[in-house]
Design a protein around this ligand. Structure first.
Ligand code: W6P
Length: 392
């Protein structure tokens, strides 16, 4: 059929990663026409690359109703953008293109939730083996990364050319060329603290230290997407607060969260240290796994006990936001004491390029490659890592 042919065609191309500097340059020389010409090819390429991968998912997962819904949404959006393939460019097409992008963005708002539902549906209907679990982890990392990147492109275009330009703001689309990291830290902390106070009737204080190795001035500013940074910090603060409150249950004196913000030549580091009792080393890798976090939450039906942080997809998604522009999130715990989480960001906007999944022979092989047999001896036969079931 036609859409199948178009998918084959567009999935042959690799996505073109942009640097944050290119996003800024694009935005400053704001040309809706150039942006349109770029996106009417680049969006179908990115969509087609990830849609090809959806079809390689383990059959059991593909059959789940929620995954079908997501798959259909992608097909619809792909078709809607393909319509602009051969139109001539005038004011009207630019306008309808903007409207189409907004419609697509709205359609895909709940995709993370729907995918999580699909994983739940699979867990409830089938036994999931290690190979399937690995495939799902591999796929969801790539799928959500693709989604982050596509939404970034759509947001930039609609913010810059959607007709509601804010001339007073220094922002270029959703990028702040002079993002004050401490401001975002404080904002994320305050909002996490608000939830913590509601749930536990108390919350740990925040102590911030900063060190600018380059210019010994006080402020650390970067070119970044503040909403992404906020998302990561809010998630990590919620987790740390929960750990502290649960670990010091009886007391009314909670050890503060300590944040260290450092600007080096290459990296910006934000380290959040909590004294929430830590977690065993055997559990740290699991925190970033989709399959461990989707255990149906006991409190979900009880609207009055919304958990502060439920180890949902928060941590793996936050790490993807960091990795999207070649940063990372690392978690180090001392069981019995507390946990450090570090957000690494690229200090230089020239190094902050989009990291995009590409569909090729290597990626498709992954879905068919069995789990390698262990070449290190161990008691439990499952390889190096002891498999444990759920967090809850
Ligand atoms: C903990 C567990 C955790 C996960 C993510 C971030 C911080 C923390 N602290 O104890």
């Amino acid at each position: 059929n036609n859409i199948g042919k178009m998918l084959d065609f567009y999935s042959q191309f690799n996505p073109s990663p942009l640097s944050i500097k290119q996003f800024i340059d694009f935005g400053l020389n704001a040309c809706a026409r150039k942006s349109f010409i770029f996106l009417r090819k680049e969006l179908p390429v990115r969509l087609a690359n990830i849609m090809k991968e959806i079809h390689l998912l383990p059959e059991n997962l593909l059959k789940m109703p929620s995954v079908g819904i997501v798959n259909n949404m992608y097909a619809t959006s792909f078709e809607e953008i393909i319509h602009f393939e051969k139109v001539d460019v005038n004011e009207t097409t630019l306008d309808t293109f903007c409207q189409a992008l907004i419609k697509i963005r709205n359609r895909h708002t709940d995709v993370v939730q729907t995918m999580a539902q699909g994983v739940l549906e699979l867990k409830e209907s089938h036994d999931v083996d290690i190979q399937t679990e690995n495939s799902i982890q591999y796929f969801l990392d790539r799928f959500f990364m693709s989604r982050i990147s596509i939404r970034m492109l759509i947001n930039q275009h609609t913010l810059l050319f959607g007709g509601q330009l804010n001339g007073h703001s220094r922002h270029v689309g959703c990028i702040d060329p002079s993002c004050d990291v401490i401001d975002v830290i404080k904002d994320a902390y305050e909002n996490a603290r608000f939830l913590c106070d509601q749930y536990y009737l108390a919350s740990p204080e925040l102590r911030v230290k900063q060190h600018n190795e380059l210019e010994r001035s006080s402020e650390i500013r970067i070119i970044y997407v503040p909403s992404h940074l906020y998302h990561m910090l809010f998630e990590l603060f919620k987790n740390s607060m929960r750990a502290v409150m649960e670990h010091h249950g009886e007391s009314d004196n909670y050890p503060p969260l300590e944040v260290l913000l450092v600007r080096g030549k290459e990296d910006i580091c934000v380290k959040i240290s909590d004294r929430g009792g830590g977690i065993p080393r055997s559990q740290t890798d699991h925190l970033f796994k989709y399959m461990y976090s989707t255990a149906p939450q006991p409190s979900k039906s009880d609207a009055h006990t919304v958990p502060l942080a439920g180890y949902g997809y928060g941590l793996p998604l936050s790490r993807l936001y960091a990795r999207y522009l070649h940063g990372d999130i690392v978690l180090l715990s001392c069981e019995g004491y507390g946990t450090d989480t570090i957000i690494y960001l690229k200090a230089l906007s020239t190094e902050a390029n989009e990291l995009l999944p590409i569909f090729n022979k290597t990626s498709s092989k992954f879905y068919r490659t069995p789990v390698p047999t262990a070449d290190w001896s161990s008691q439990c036969g499952g390889g190096m890592a002891t498999r444990q079931l759920s967090m809850s």
